[in-house]
Design a protein. Structure first.
Length: 190
């Protein structure tokens, strides 16, 4: 789930940037340091959006920079086990699909796509269910559940997020539309 959070931190403004607009410099430093990073308590930083307050600066002998206590707003993604997420397929392989959740990709293993046996159509870059003939490929929107979550703060690219679509109400947008229309035909509209 995405959250807008208000945080406090200490920001080092380097000496060569001290003549510039302080709020712009602090925003720039925070964006460079935080965007794309992971904090297990806060979440995955998507964007630092606004600097709300800059306190008095502190000097440290031998360092020409000024350290400011700042309050700022940020947009973060916090994932939890069993959470339902929506994303887009960015890559398919013989072992599954990679789903973009925005700032990070998650893995949808072939064993978690469907109860059907899955074939990989390498030529077209699609995973095809053998019995139902349902397909999943790059660009498809999907709804899935988080079943594995291992976030790595030091190396965000090493984080592992596992997904499943093997439950009712999950799948590609096309599959969900097809299921809804089938249910409407069987039971009539409510």
């Amino acid at each position: 789930m995405y959250y807008r959070v208000t945080l406090e931190d200490k920001v080092r403004v380097p000496p060569h940037r001290l003549g510039e607009d302080l709020y712009k410099v602090v925003l720039n430093v925070l964006q460079e340091q935080l965007e794309g990073s992971i904090d297990k308590e806060i979440g995955i930083f998507i964007a630092v959006t606004k600097v709300l307050d800059v306190g008095e600066g502190d000097l440290i002998p031998g360092d020409g920079a000024v350290y400011y206590d700042v309050t700022f707003d940020a947009l973060v993604l916090r994932l939890s086990l069993q959470e339902i997420i929506e994303g887009a397929v960015v890559e398919t392989t013989s072992f599954g699909a990679f789903i973009s959740l925005g700032p990070i990709d998650a893995m949808l293993h072939v064993s978690q796509i469907s109860d059907d046996f899955i074939n990989y159509d390498e030529k077209n870059g699609r995973l095809v269910c053998q019995e139902s003939k349902r397909q999943i490929g790059v660009g498809d929107g999907v709804r899935a559940r988080v079943v594995a979550l291992s976030l790595n703060e030091r190396e965000p690219r090493e984080s592992k997020i596992g997904l499943t679509m093997r439950q009712a109400g999950l799948g590609t947008e096309a599959w969900l539309k097809e299921d809804f229309e089938k249910e409407q035909a069987e039971h009539g509209s409510a």
